[in-house]
Design a protein around this ligand. Structure first.
Ligand SMILES: [Zn+2]
Length: 281
């Protein structure tokens, strides 16, 4: 027996919009915070102290790359152990009910899929796999973890900060020399990169085009848990608004897209999404 949900402004209007079916979800980090994966930005939108890895550092600076993999070796476990929350499960239920057609996510944690959503388009890639920058081979991150464990039996430094959404943690600089990175199994070289879009990296054009096509086909665009600070997601809101496709945003706190939205629900996703699923699924 659960208590009646608190009244949320805009919830009934949102349920009415989604009842028409065929909505496209665009989700961000705010959807995964209830699963223990912190947002880069807090409710105020200010960047956390721990800045994310950039594509330029990763590709041009071998020491920076080594630092990333040492940190990721420690931080990935928290990502791998994260479980989908009520919001992820509600999105999957809304999809099964036809209220939601497709899902684009800016998250790289795989939790939509683990929560039962189908055909999820990962705008920024996924942490569950690696890509070789030399030969292009795509391989499982879990398999890499086994190889890294074998190569680093004694490497257990204490993180000095919480894990980032990309599986990166802060480690003491002196700990990095004790870490051994492994090469690509396909070509024997590398370097390996997580199959995610780093800050400063461009989303592949065909992936962007696939997202625009989904927006064009959508009856509504439903933004979940994103401040829309990054243009890679915000451009779909601009596109939808231009095409006259209704945009609804559910987020705790203001977003860059609020002026383009026909409906804004400023409330926790863990409250709003299960209630939507209860009404529509
Ligand atoms: Zn390779």
């Amino acid at each position: 027996m659960t208590a009646a949900p608190p009244a949320v402004d805009g919830l009934t209007e949102l349920a009415g919009l989604l009842a028409g079916g065929g909505a496209l979800v665009l989700s961000g980090a705010g959807l995964s915070t209830d699963s223990g994966i912190p947002d880069y930005r807090g409710a105020t939108g200010s960047l956390r102290r721990h800045t994310p890895m950039t594509y330029q550092t990763f590709t041009r600076d071998p020491r920076g790359r080594h630092r990333y993999w040492a940190r990721s070796f420690i931080g990935w476990r928290q990502i791998a152990e994260a479980r989908p929350n009520a919001g992820h499960r509600a999105v999957a239920a809304l999809q099964r009910a036809g209220a939601v057609a497709d899902v684009i996510t800016q998250n790289v944690d795989g939790l939509h899929q683990a929560g039962g959503a189908r055909g999820v388009l990962e705008l920024h890639g996924g942490l569950d796999r690696t890509v070789c920058l030399a030969c292009g081979d795509v391989a499982s991150r879990a398999a890499l973890d086994l190889r890294l464990r074998a190569a680093n039996p004694g490497f257990r430094p204490e993180p000095t900060d919480e894990v980032n959404p990309d599986g990166d943690v802060e480690l003491p600089e002196e700990a990095l020399d004790g870490f051994v990175m492994v090469d690509c199994l396909a070509c024997g070289r590398g370097p390996l990169k997580p199959d995610v879009v780093f800050f400063g990296e461009t989303v592949p054009r065909d992936r962007v085009d696939a997202c625009f096509a989904l927006v064009d086909d959508a009856r509504a665009l439903l933004v979940l848990g994103s401040s829309l600070t990054v243009m890679s997601g915000y451009r779909f809101v601009i596109h939808a608004a231009k095409r006259g496709i209704p945009v609804a945003i559910v987020n705790s706190g203001p977003t860059r897209g609020d002026g383009k939205a026909s409906l804004k629900v400023d409330a926790p996703l863990g409250v709003v999404l299960p209630e939507l699923a209860r009404r529509l699924a």
